[in-house]
Design a protein around this ligand. Structure first.
Ligand SMILES: C[S@@+](CC[C@H](N)C(=O)[O-])C[C@H]1O[C@@H](n2cnc3c(N)ncnc32)[C@H](O)[C@@H]1O
Length: 288
């Protein structure tokens, strides 16, 4: 049960128990096509499978952790927790993003900056503007840990036999087999106009993407793949006519607002084709 390395919008820590209890008792490989901060993946510590995300910097970060953990730790020691340093680091992070090709040193530097900015930025979140520039301001923290030596090594071990992709979620078509488990945590369908939390990166995820995802989930299910998906409740409607999927709404205390005091108890839908008699269901401990 490892911790996620980065804090990410839509992080699933509050929902772990609800999700785990619906996972099948046994399965072959594990796939997470919208990895984000990977709260579920790191908690599960699967030995085989794939992770994916459309965010290139995030995926390069996981590749560096898997393949070059010691270089990353060394680079992490260079940073300072200081406001002017933070803004220079942010500029450098955005400069590196503009390069078409990056050397290994530049990729390690970028991964290290990503971790540093995530630990020292305002409320520790990741946000990009329309043109892909990371734009989170400096944050006030008490002794932020941006070296994370133990966590980097642990994450590297977990990622050791995991294939990492930077594609649209449909990469799955080519690498999922019968008996595998797929957990989908796509960007949220906004509940209202003011609740648009889908700006993880400059590419949006619209209604057509939600439908495309539903069609893929149905196809996987027909091929004997276990599917679990979480999202905001309106997405449940898309699955109402698919007989093998059950749709359940659960309460999730999700912290999405930039104001740390403004936590909302929000409902979340969990959609799955895992038959009730194959679900773990037992109480798996307190994840709160
Ligand atoms: C809700 S977040 C995942 C949060 C994650 N479960 C966690 O615990 O941190 C959704 C992720 O989907 C990614 N994404 C958006 N569109 C995508 C697409 N078409 N294919 C793959 N990933 C996509 C975003 O970059 C974002 O990281």
């Amino acid at each position: 049960m490892a911790e996620p390395i980065l804090k990410w919008v839509g992080g699933k820590r509050q929902l772990l128990q609800e999700l785990h209890s619906r996972f099948p008792i046994s399965y072959e490989k594990y796939h997470e096509p919208f990895i984000g901060g990977g709260a579920v993946f790191f908690d599960l510590e699967p030995s085989e499978g794939t992770i994916n995300d459309l965010n290139r910097r995030l995926i390069s970060f996981y590749e560096v952790i898997r393949d070059h953990p010691e270089q990353l730790i060394e680079e992490n020691h260079r940073h300072e927790y200081e406001e002017e340093y933070y803004y220079d680091a942010r500029d450098r992070f955005n400069e590196l993003h503009k390069l078409d090709e990056r050397s290994l040193e530049e990729r390690v530097e970028e991964a290290s900056l990503m971790l540093y900015l995530n630990r020292t930025g305002y409320n520790g979140l990741y946000r990009e503007n329309q043109s892909g520039g990371f734009n989170v301001p400096f944050g006030r923290h008490t002794n932020p840990d941006f070296i994370r030596e133990r966590q980097v090594r642990k994450a590297s071990d977990i990622l050791d036999d995991i294939e990492i992709y930077n594609r649209d979620f449909d990469y799955l078509v080519d690498c999922v087999d019968e008996g595998d488990l797929v957990y989908f945590d796509p960007p949220y369908e906004p509940v209202s106009q003011t609740a648009d939390f889908t700006q993880y990166q400059s590419d949006g995820f619209d209604k057509d993407d939600q439908r495309r995802l539903r069609d893929l989930a149905v196809k996987l299910s027909q091929n004997g793949v276990y599917v679990v998906l979480s999202n905001s409740p309106p997405v449940g409607e898309l699955y109402e006519d698919v007989s093998e999927f059950t749709i359940e709404v659960v309460d999730a205390a999700r912290m999405v607002n930039s104001d740390a005091d403004n936590r909302d108890d929000v409902a979340e839908v969990i959609i799955t084709n895992v038959p009730a008699d194959r679900q773990r269901q037992q109480n798996l401990g307190d994840y709160s």
